[in-house]
Design a protein around this ligand. Structure first.
Ligand code: SF4
Length: 451
């Protein structure tokens, strides 16, 4: 493929957004591996030909077509799409049709450059004449990732329900992995088991997602949890418990974070990472919060036409929030009696935590809201250490570090920042070893959160 520089800026509005997925191949980047595959299963159950692209193989391409000023997830995802399309072109030869593909790249509002990746990637794709017709399908946090226009209106709501449920189930499988692996009888058995379970769950979502037969999916999950429990060696004593917060892509994409969870486990940790559902809940919660603010304002201004819109928004996002809580509770209630997995924080509770300790504000937004309050929760629950994982130069995570590091120091709770930009830091393993030495000491002095 050869790049040219004659792309037009009109393409940014015409070829990035929400497009019908009918008869397209929908390319999903693998961020959180399990979540990407269960979500692809949901798309397929709604008749969309969705597939998860291989990840990290195109990193060289990603670096070649970025300037180095972007944050690391932009380089990785740019590499993923270029690598995939290049392979497709080679596979299909003259039958390759760029217009058959839609690349999935959601965005977020706020100061994060993440909201600009898809525009940047548009410019990159437009610089290859043969890739100009590849559309970028973008969902945005500004409407809690609604699907307007991508699926038929009447199916979009059902899709959203199934997709959210797939996120919750993927979170639970991830938590199962982190709960089992440090205590497995046979090395490697948990990884193989979770890989199989992921494939099973993706198939279940494909078969039952559109039918909303969530009961059947939960029954399968229950079977998986019971089977997984048998991998644990009951003779291994509880290990220091480490909580991870940070930027969503870096903390969930194992290649980008150089598999930091496994590295922590190698040095004796059991790890819990912040969940993906927490981010989805946060975007919904924030829409509800905004609608309430606008409602109060328009009532004061006696602008009743606007009041009506606000009430509608409030009811719609409020309904989504209630539904998400309901689905999450049902799933966790099924697995918690079987195995002690870490639950999920309620975002409203995290908001209260920030207000109570006056550490930060939801008014300022970004993942710092979740990370700062999430660390307070880890502290409160008796975790033995906290790691903040993020792309090098990431602003919300740097704020998290500057707010929480002094507090954790005072409380003598081990804390570590882990920033990544694709290079290998020779001192990383030594830093993890030192951190885990402190976490072991913290654990023997203070005990740990009970299983
Ligand atoms: S570095 Fe952090 S804040 Fe900046 S674009 Fe990347 S994820 Fe967003």
């Amino acid at each position: 493929m050869e790049a040219q520089t004659s792309a037009t800026f009109r393409s940014l509005s015409e070829n990035v957004g929400q497009f019908s997925l009918r008869d397209k191949t929908f390319l999903i980047p693998e961020m959180n591996r399990i979540g990407a595959h269960t979500l692809a299963g949901v798309f397929r159950s709604f008749g969309v030909n969705a597939l998860v692209m291989e990840t990290y193989k195109g990193l060289d391409l990603g670096k070649e077509f970025t300037s180095g000023k972007e944050c690391f997830p932009c380089q990785v995802t740019t590499g993923d799409i270029l690598f995939h399309l290049k392979a497709e072109k080679e596979r299909l030869g003259k039958d390759f049709r760029a217009e058959d593909y839609v690349f999935f790249m959601p965005e977020a509002e706020g100061p994060c450059r993440f909201g600009m990746y898809n525009k940047y990637q548009r410019i990159v794709l437009d610089s290859f004449p043969e890739l100009r017709k590849v559309k970028i399908g973008s969902l945005t946090s500004s409407d809690s990732y609604a699907l307007n226009g991508m699926l038929e209106q009447e199916r979009a709501r059902d899709f959203r329900k199934a997709a959210y449920f797939s996120v919750v189930i993927a979170d639970i499988l991830d938590k199962l992995l982190w709960r089992l692996r440090p205590y497995e009888k046979e090395e490697g058995s948990t990884d193989a088991f979770i890989e199989r379970s992921m494939a099973t769950m993706a198939e279940f979502f494909e078969s039952y997602g559109a039918k909303k037969d969530f009961q059947r999916i939960l029954n399968k999950l229950e079977e998986i949890v019971k089977e997984g429990k048998a991998l644990i060696d009951p003779g291994i004593p509880p290990k220091p418990l480490i909580g991870i917060v940070g930027e969503i892509y870096l903390r969930t994409h194992v290649q980008s974070n150089q598999d930091i969870i496994r590295m922590l486990e190698r040095h004796g940790a059991e790890v819990v990472n912040a969940s993906i559902a927490e981010w989805v809940d946060y975007t919904t919660y924030d829409r509800v919060r905004e609608a309430k603010i606008h409602l109060r304002l328009y009532i004061k201004q006696l602008r009743f036409d606007k009041v009506r819109d606000c009430v509608k928004n409030l009811m719609s996002h409020g309904g989504d929030m209630l539904y998400q809580h309901f689905r999450q509770d049902i799933a966790y209630k099924r697995v918690k009696p079987l195995i002690d997995l870490a639950g999920d924080h309620r975002v409203a509770h995290l908001d209260k935590v920030l207000k109570k300790h006056d550490l930060y504000s939801f008014e300022l937004g970004t993942e710092a809201c979740l990370s700062i309050a999430g660390i307070m929760e880890y502290m409160h629950q008796g975790y033995n250490g906290v790691v903040n994982v993020y792309p090098f130069t990431c602003m919300p995570s740097t704020i998290t570090s500057s707010v929480m590091r002094p507090i954790l120091n005072r409380k003598k709770i081990p804390y570590m920042d882990a920033a990544y930009d694709g290079t290998f830091q020779p001192g990383r393993e030594a830093a993890v070893r030192t951190f885990m030495y402190q976490a072991h000491q913290h654990c023997s002095k203070n005990g740990r959160k009970k299983h």
